[in-house]
Design a protein around this ligand. Sequence first.
Ligand SMILES: [Zn+2]
Length: 152
Amino acid sequence: MNDCDICGRPTGTVYVVGIEGAMMNLCASCARGKKPVRIIEERQERAGQYQKQAREEEPEIVADYGRRIRSARENMGLSAKVLAEKISEKESTLTRVERGEMLPPETLRKKLEKELGIRLTEQGVAGGGGQRNGGDRPVTLGDAAVMKKDRK
Ligand SMILES: [Zn+2]
């Protein structure tokens, strides 16, 4: 258990939020309305195994996701508006994601990956280190298919 840095109550899931330059560990209610940098779930404390499984289920989104989305979109000659329409999202949402102001939710991330043929998550958690190349290589459709097969 950790204690919330604002209200001092013990909290299972810790929301790490940057407030005025300092990182604070908050409980769910104090973190409400803020944008957590990181969420540490309680189950991580119970057993290392859980932690590993959670990581595989929820791949981490790459730090430069916005740049990847924008450059893939521009390479395809699509405006943000057209792309947003293709994936049935608001243009404003897409723009915020491209600017890195908002992490794409899983559904949006998958739509973008499919539509643009890119990969927005870190690889190498599950695959066992065959190919690590910093992630700058453009992802081909073949890669996407392999990835799908791996994940099931
Ligand atoms: Zn609190």
